[in-house]
Design a protein around this ligand. Structure first.
Ligand code: PLP
Length: 474
């Protein structure tokens, strides 16, 4: 493609994205295609000769758009918000247009230095002490994996430089709550701890980790000759946004020399508002913290913020030093390839830079406060309605509920099926999209508020849709 064609098509595609965002509300939130329907519209074999992009807009409309579930739709209440602010869309375009690969400072100094600055801005924005240094990872899963690798190496005194875990005399143990995100067991398994050395500590009635049981589990492991290594505390679990008592977990971690990693994937964004920071009190004592601006804040997927208290340790675990990567500035700058797993790095920092500049801290705070207020409004409706149960506290933007008509009282199987039918009916309407989860054997409908364009009227509409679907399904 020459630059003139790019210019023409680029304008057309930017216009198409703008028009898509304008008409989002008219589209069904959840894609209605059947499995295989999108693929069936594409040739099974690649074109042998370049065919040009032709009428790409028509193809996007015909093939791609029907197969899109619209995460930026104001009726998005599924899983968790994953906003892609239009400023971030432009930043992604610029990042691709410039095409730098920021593995070393020298390979594009701006990619490293913009990241240095925006991660420092973000640290200030979420109220972390200056002792933390941040780096961008693709996802919380990768950041948590990195954290457990660092924990492993601290406990073993850099066993990776000897026989690794295979040469350790006593097994190392990782702790998290029974509500921890699946990325935590996954990271523990991938980091070689083994399923037998992962303890999922029971949670209380509000689904928060019980620090007393954590202490007990650590003591039992010690008595058995195991080596407690790391604990992951959640600020905002995935299913219910439960808040583990980070301060009390930090007490246990400090007493027993555990690495403390805080997973605030969704909730970290709320820390931009000082009034929510009590939720992770104690996080300043963590060894590492991850949160996902790509969820609630605005930079589109993928952009995860990873903060550590001891960057030298991280770099010592992660760095490699082959001759072909050495540069003259190595002692003077951050080479971000040494701050994570992949060598190559996209210029993700541009997305944060654009979004923070576009909205300012106050603009972002206002949106978070709006979403939390909307969740509180819904919480009040649920609490006041007959036959509806709220199944978890609502500290943030997720309301967990179920419809429990008297006729089904005590019949968990029937309640499960009834609530699944309610979710299905709402989703099929196309106006809103909800997902459910089973927590401690109870099926809950989750209303996860926080799409950028979701206003009170959309929350009112989903509540009305839930009530109507529940009445129809009984
Ligand atoms: N931790 C929590 C609490 C989450 O809710 C999620 C995603 O929903 C993750 C981790 C994983 O995030 P990522 O997709 O960035 O790996």
């Amino acid at each position: 493609m020459d630059v003139d064609q790019f210019r023409m098509l680029g304008h057309e595609l930017v216009e198409w994205i703008a028009a898509y965002r304008e008409r989002l509300e008219e589209l069904p939130v959840m894609s209605r295609v059947e499995p295989g329907e999108v693929a069936a519209q594409l040739p099974a074999e690649p074109p042998q000769q370049g065919e040009g992009l032709g009428d790409i807009v028509a193809d996007l409309e015909r093939v791609v758009l029907p197969g899109i579930t619209h995460w930026n739709h104001p009726g998005w209440f599924a899983y968790f918000p994953s906003n892609s602010d239009l400023a971030s869309v432009l930043a992604d375009l610029v990042a691709s247009g410039l095409g730098p690969q920021g593995m070393s400072w020298q390979t594009s100094p701006a990619a490293t230095e913009v990241e240095d600055v925006v991660m420092e801005w973000l640290r200030q924005m979420i109220g972390l002490p200056e002792s933390f240094t941040g780096v961008i990872h693709d996802s919380a899963s990768t950041a948590t994996f990195t954290a457990l690798l660092c924990a492993r190496e601290r406990t073993t005194g850099f066993g990776q430089n000897r026989g690794g875990l295979q040469a350790e005399e006593a097994p190392l143990v990782v702790y998290a709550s029974d509500q921890a995100h699946s990325s935590i067991p996954k990271a523990a398994l991938l980091a070689g701890f083994g399923a037998e050395h992962l303890r999922l500590v029971p949670t209380d009635d509000e689904h928060a980790l019980r620090a007393d049981l954590l202490e007990k589990a650590v003591a039992e492991d010690r008595a058995a000759g195991h080596r407690p290594c790391a604990v992951v505390a959640a600020t905002g679990t995935t299913a219910t946004t439960a808040l583990d008592p980070v301060g009390r977990v930090a007490d246990v971690a400090e007493r027993h020399g555990l690495w403390l990693h805080v997973d605030a994937a969704l909730a970290g964004t709320a820390m931009i508002c000082p009034e929510f920071r009590w939720m992770w009190e104690g996080a300043e004592r963590a060894d590492s913290i991850v949160f996902n601006p790509h969820k609630w804040m605005g930079p589109g997927f993928d952009l995860s913020a990873y903060y550590v208290r001891d960057p030298e340790h991280l770099v010592r675990v992660m760095s490699t030093d082959p001759s072909y990567l050495r540069t003259a500035q190595d002692g003077l700058v951050r080479n971000l390839r040494d701050w994570g797993i992949p060598l190559g790095r996209r210029f993700r920092a541009l997305k944060l830079w654009f979004v923070i500049r576009e909205h300012g801290v106050q603009g972002l705070q206002a949106r978070i406060r709006r979403d939390v207020a909307n969740a509180q409004w819904l919480e009040e409706q649920v609490d006041a309605a007959g036959e509806w149960e709220r199944l978890a506290p609502v500290p943030l933007q997720t309301v967990c509920l179920r419809h429990a008509p008297g006729a089904l009282a005590g019949d968990e199987t029937a309640l499960d099926a009834h609530n699944l039918a309610v979710v299905d009916a709402v989703n099929r309407s196309g106006q809103s999209y909800l997902t459910s989860a089973v927590v401690k054997g109870v099926r809950m409908i989750r209303v996860s508020i926080g799409a950028e364009r979701t206003e009170r009227r959309h929350v009112e509409a989903v509540w009305q849709a839930l009530c109507e679907a529940a009445a129809a399904a009984r």
